[in-house]
Design a binder for this molecule. Sequence first.
Ligand SMILES: CC(=O)SCCNC(=O)CCNC(=O)[C@H](O)C(C)(C)COP(=O)(O)OP(=O)(O)OC[C@H]1O[C@@H](n2cnc3c(N)ncnc32)[C@H](O)[C@@H]1OP(=O)(O)O
Ligand SMILES: CC(C)C(=O)C(=O)O
Length: 516
Amino acid sequence: MSEKLIIFDTTLRDGEQAPGFSMNVDEKVKMAIQLEKLGVDVIEAGFPISSPGDFEAVKRVAETVKNPAVAGLCRANRKDIEVGWEALKEAKRPRIHTFIATSDIHMKYKLKKDPDEVIEIARDAVKFARNLCDDVEFSAEDATRTNLDFLCKIVEVVIDAGATTVNIPDTVGYTVPMEFEKIISTLLNKVPNIDKAIISVHCHNDLGLAVANSIAAVAAGARQVECTINGIGERAGNASLEEIVMALNVRKDEFNYVHTDINTKEIYRTSRLLTSITGVDVQPNKAIVGKNAFAHEAGIHQDGVLKERTTYEIMTPESVGFPSNKLVLGKHSGRHAFMERLRSLGYELSREQLEIAFAKFKELADKKKEVYDEDLEAIVENQMSKVKEYYSLENLTIVSGVNAIPTATVELLKDDGNVIVDASIGDGPVDAAFKAIERIAGIQGRLKKYRINAVTAGKDAQGEVVVSVEFEDSGVEITGKGYSTDIVVASARAYLHALNRYMSRKGNKKMLSDTV
Ligand SMILES: CC(=O)SCCNC(=O)CCNC(=O)[C@H](O)C(C)(C)COP(=O)(O)OP(=O)(O)OC[C@H]1O[C@@H](n2cnc3c(N)ncnc32)[C@H](O)[C@@H]1OP(=O)(O)O
Ligand SMILES: CC(C)C(=O)C(=O)O
């Protein structure tokens, strides 16, 4: 039969202990409301004695949420516990969480107490807490570096004193899955009153093993895991809630003996709320919630996903509330994904057009990290509105800067196959480029309008330049468009586009008058 695995979220306590992650009262309340929607069982809202703000935050969270238990952390002393209870007592389901370190290093150097004293402090704290509250959790800080017999002893004592949950923290992220599984099994097998409490684990990620260790503990019989959204927390962070929950979910075949009540569809929203509050984004490759968690750029993967999603996706983005999977077009993409994206943008290209557009796309992808839809539109539109290319841009070199005379050297390929080079100075690099083009073509133009847009986002955005030029005092303004990640190149292309259109028109007129 499947047993409930209690999800204890400590984003608002251990999570905010990391530099740059502290939250004010309103932010904690906002997060707590979302954590309730996510379906966590316990929200550890703070450490009430640590500051008046944290006291207030725990109190407000306690008064606000209805379903989850609300916990507050307290050292193993009466003052901390009294203050903690003051903050928690209005909660529908209050939990006092008290702790003391049990490893030799911590007892000797930090607490300066011998093991027997620590046992008595723990016993007294739990008894005192239990007189105030029915739900008391005890944590043996640095449990994974604690002598195992001593750990068994203190666990027995605190359960006897009334602890309803006993937490076994891997405080410094030191343990490994096989060892942690043994620690939990030993406690379950050796502590005589262990059936009177729930065994919990709280893993840190110093060796990147927090999630693996938590899951190993679940396999051994732990029935509460402490974790945080996005894995935030002290140093390298805590075990990430979304990773634990989705590992158990995706691998139900392996974990059919436990279930959680997490509404996985709220995971992404919760993660985003946290990053918007703290201002700290998750890394793009973060499992489950990172920007790339459901993105595919490699052509072979994209082809696979287009044919059958499960070839490269073990869960759907929708299952965690992620907007959708994404075939990111970049230099590793292939024709299948390229064609599919063009189709979704409403373009149906012939095979020949597709090959040309694909070549242009690869050229652009070599320069840009990601090719956006607007880039594709630019490529296709450029190609579709094709006019005869009397001149095309082969090379453009610009000299400009402070105290430099803007100079452009332009190399144009003529439709007869000749390459012509000329240079010009100008008021700026764009003007110099236009003048050099005019010198080569032998056609004067007057720039009437010039507009530049970033058609895509980011520092590597493609620029779209639109020009309107009157050539040879014809009284007609001809527009031209050019695209490039370099705005001077985009400008030169736009100017050439307008020039070619003008020459096409002139040629057509000539042909017409010749035939009349
Ligand atoms: C593994 C963890 O994540 S534990 C939680 C860690 N989180 C925090 O520390 C954040 C909140 N902390 C704070 O705001 C402050 O540290 C306070 C308010 C709790 C205490 O501040 P101060 O009284 O100035 O003490 P300070 O933090 O400098 O030192 C801690 C004291 O608590 C003692 N102590 C540490 N843990 C415990 C414990 N679990 N039970 C009892 N005493 C403890 C230390 O031995 C030290 O005592 P000493 O002053 O007799 O040497
Ligand atoms: C107080 C306990 C649970 C803790 O945060 C730790 O040991 O890391």
